[in-house]
Design a protein around this ligand. Structure first.
Ligand code: NAD
Ligand code: LMR
Length: 329
């Protein structure tokens, strides 16, 4: 066992679909590295405590060398106690015929209580990743409770959208996903999100030099990424889970290591007014992370007029979501 101090990772909704897929890679070292012990603090509703106890038993049965402890609880002060990382998954998923924003009145209030509990109990520099939908606005609600914790460290997940976009592009170009860089998601995790292919590279060359089917890029590509969550619900009868968990793993891992040179990671973070996106929105931008684990919004990305309109439309949607929860923030 490593001599490093364990990282405390709080996971809400740990007995749910995403939780089930998320915990084992964390315990295996895929997020914080092969010599970093972790303590998992699993927060669930009282009704799901039995189920989460079963998950705890399975984690034990994995005999993970890096898993220093597993705590299961429905007490948020215990769940978030001294947490260094908080993965906020616990909330209701949408069903067929719903948009993610339809969940806000039901899921939004969860993030008031959890935001307060994080602020009261977690490490002041806790890194928060909101997965529960609508994740950008739920993140805003949780962040609004931050008095002691660092508000800059409240983020929402658009990594699944980045991953989806990269796979679509790699299939079209007939290249490896690893050849694609600088594919950025702008905006909300919703059908207004903008997967910006215009600044992406394939093997270091402009993507648009390699994929010359501009009609496809502007039409079916963008639409597929924007509507992928719905397509999965239609096919599976349930919302994405393993791919969402994997995206949460990559979001968290990439916030704990320097971004490789020339790459960007998409994270929904607090707008500081960059690109004229209204300040304070939780908006997905291309980001890089430095060696101290601090992210920065990439500056100087060129957005052509179509891209600009799309980025603005997603910001406008987030403004209206923010207005709709004005009583919660
Ligand atoms: P699920 O229903 O399988 O699991 C949710 C779990 O959360 C359940 O075990 C439930 O008991 C628990 N829970 C509910 N309220 C809680 C609370 N207040 N505190 C602690 N636990 C609570 O759902 P899922 O498929 O795991 O999805 C979870 C959320 O993630 C949904 O809102 C879904 O829409 C969202 N999601 C987001 C993305 C993304 O890319 N941002 C991707 C997929 C799913
Ligand atoms: C997704 O993008 O798969 C998730 O946000 C689930 C959903 O409701 O689409």
């Amino acid at each position: 066992m490593s001599t490093k101090q364990p990282i405390r990772v709080a996971v809400t909704g740990a007995a749910g679909q995403i939780g089930y897929s998320l915990l084992f890679p964390i315990a295996a070292g895929h997020v914080f590295g092969p010599d970093q012990p972790v303590i998992l603090q699993l927060l669930e509703l009282p009704v799901a405590l039995n189920a989460v106890e079963g998950v705890r038993m399975e984690l034990e049965d994995g005999a993970f060398e890096l898993l220093a402890d597993v705590v299961t609880t429905s007490d948020s002060s215990v769940g978030f106690g001294d947490a260094d990382v908080a993965l906020l998954v616990g909330s209701k998923p949408r069903g067929p015929g719903m948009e993610r924003a339809d969940l806000i009145r039901e899921n939004g209030p969860i993030f008031i209580g959890q935001g307060k509990a994080i602020d009261a109990n977690a490490n002041p520099n806790v890194k928060v990743v909101v997965v529960g939908n609508p994740c950008n606005t739920n993140c805003l609600i949780a962040q609004a409770q931050a008095k002691r914790t660092n508000p800059r460290n409240y983020t929402a997940m658009t990594r699944l959208d980045q991953n989806r976009a990269m796979s679509q592009l790699a299939n079209k170009a007939g290249c490896d996903v690893a050849d694609i860089s600088r594919l950025a998601i702008w905006g909300n995790h919703s059908p207004t999100m903008y997967p910006d292919y215009t600044n992406a590279l394939i093997g270091g060359k402009p993507l648009t030099d390699v994929i010359t089917d501009h009609e496809w890029l502007d039409g079916p590509f963008i639409k597929t990424v924007q509507q992928r969550g719905r397509a999965i619900i239609d096919a599976r009868g349930k919302s994405s889970a393993a791919s969402a968990a994997w995206a949460a793993i990559k979001h968290t891992r990439d916030w704990h290591r320097p971004t490789p040179d020339g790459e960007w990671v998409s994270m929904a973070v607090t707008s500081d007014g960059s690109y004229d996106i209204p300040e304070g929105l939780i908006y997905s931008f291309p980001c890089t992370v430095d060696s101290s684990g601090r992210y920065e919004i990439v500056q100087g990305v060129e957005l052509d007029s179509k891209a600009r309109a799309r980025a603005d439309a997603s910001a406008a949607e987030l403004v209206s979501e923010r207005d709709a929860v004005a009583d919660l923030i």
